[in-house]
Design a protein around this ligand. Structure first.
Ligand code: PMP
Length: 358
């Protein structure tokens, strides 16, 4: 039975990447040592990390005045790192509350003593649409504006960035990193763990504009952008395997036609599922159409008991990890970069058959 893994992250990886890892695992580049064993100070790893950086630069067209950094600690680590490094002038940030993860980022900044101004929230609409900018904002008031480009749990995404005047834009791209095109220059800083679209768990990519990198007192070293820039992300032992595996996914992404290529495939995949859901009399996705995510598609039947049956029967049919987040319920299909179109077609066939039988 072919298995398709719709997990929200860690998530499915491209088959050729898994095969490559398997073949190369005992002996990296014929060295007689595994990637699991080599030093991060070795020439082999130096090449791996620098190649990964260059491939990110190529894929996202990262301008020369941006740094590409690798951290541990996930998106959650960056919820602390960003305010610690960037909220240094006004100690005040703006935030659009588009869902659980935006709210968590705001909580962490507030926890660190930063004044968090929630400009707009769609919490009352259960985050079924995106909050829009209520009024113009200025850098005279805020160190930056935080947005979550893709709301993993709720299934919305900013396909067009909100107007942010001259305020530095910080984007949490955790769940659509390199799954759809953004212009890096529109952001002062981008971050996201790779475990959804780009690799296994363990490494977080940060892309930050040079003028935002400066010495700040009392920032823990492990979250300090200036130190990570100076040491090429190797201030301490980096997650060697995760960076290696991400490097392989980046090569695979280039083979898919880069981000434009994969975005076209991701649009096809998500349209296939949304079109089915919109025509179904049993299943429903209640997200405002223009705000729908390409990578996370939540849906439900009218009956939570029936939802449980869907998840169970799908699992038995090889369609894994369709359970929605506990805060939303129902089902969620995560259609990240490595989910093939055939996987989505298999899901739609399954749901269509289920609907006929119920
Ligand atoms: N932001 C978003 C949008 C997420 O989806 C997640 C994880 N699901 C996080 C942040 C937290 O990331 P991590 O688990 O890497 O700390």
């Amino acid at each position: 039975m072919t298995v398709y893994n719709f997990a929200a992250g860690p998530a499915t990886l491209p088959d050729p990447v898994i095969q490559h890892i398997q073949e190369e695992l005992p002996s990296l580049q014929g060295s007689g040592m595994s990637i699991l064993e080599i030093s991060h100070r070795s020439q082999m790893f130096d090449d791996i990390i620098n190649t990964a950086k260059q491939d990110i630069k190529d894929l996202m067209h990262v301008p020369d005045n941006y740094h590409i950094l690798f951290f541990q600690g996930g998106g959650t680590g960056q919820f602390a790192a960003v305010p610690l490094n960037l909220a240094t002038n006004h100690h005040k940030i703006a935030l659009l509350d588009s869902g659980h993860w935006a709210s968590r980022a705001g909580d962490e900044a507030a926890n660190l003593g930063v004044d968090v101004d929630v400009l707009a929230s769609t919490k009352e609409q259960h985050y079924t649409e995106l909050p829009k900018m209520p009024h113009p904002i200025s850098s005279a008031d805020y160190d930056y504006l935080h947005i979550t480009t893709n709301n993993t749990i709720e299934g919305t995404a900013y396909h067009t960035l909100p107007e942010h005047g001259d305020v530095t834009l910080v984007g949490d791209l955790s769940s659509n990193f390199m799954a759809e095109e953004y212009n890096v220059q529109d952001f002062g800083l981008i971050f996201g763990g790779v475990q959804k679209n780009l690799g296994p768990a363990g490494v977080t990519i940060v892309i930050v504009r040079d003028d935002l990198v400066k010495h700040v007192d009392h920032v823990p070293t492990i979250l300090d952008y200036e130190k990570f820039v100076k040491k090429n992300s190797m201030f301490n032992t980096p997650p060697v395997f995760a960076i290696y595996a991400t490097g392989l996914v980046l090569k695979w992404l280039k083979d898919q036609g880069g981000i434009a290529g994969i975005e076209a495939i991701n649009r096809k995949k998500s349209s296939l599922l949304y079109d089915f859901l919109d025509n179904s009399e049993l299943f429903n996705n209640n997200i405002k159409k223009s705000d729908r995510s390409l990578t996370n598609v939540p849906f439900k039947t009218p009956d939570p008991e029936l939802d449980k049956q869907v998840i169970q029967a799908a699992d038995e049919a090889g369609l894994k990890n369709l359970k929605g987040h506990r805060s939303v319920g129902g089902m969620r299909a995560s259609l990240y970069n490595a989910m093939p179109l055939e996987g989505v077609a298999a899901l739609v066939d399954f749901l269509s058959d289920f609907e006929k039988q119920h």
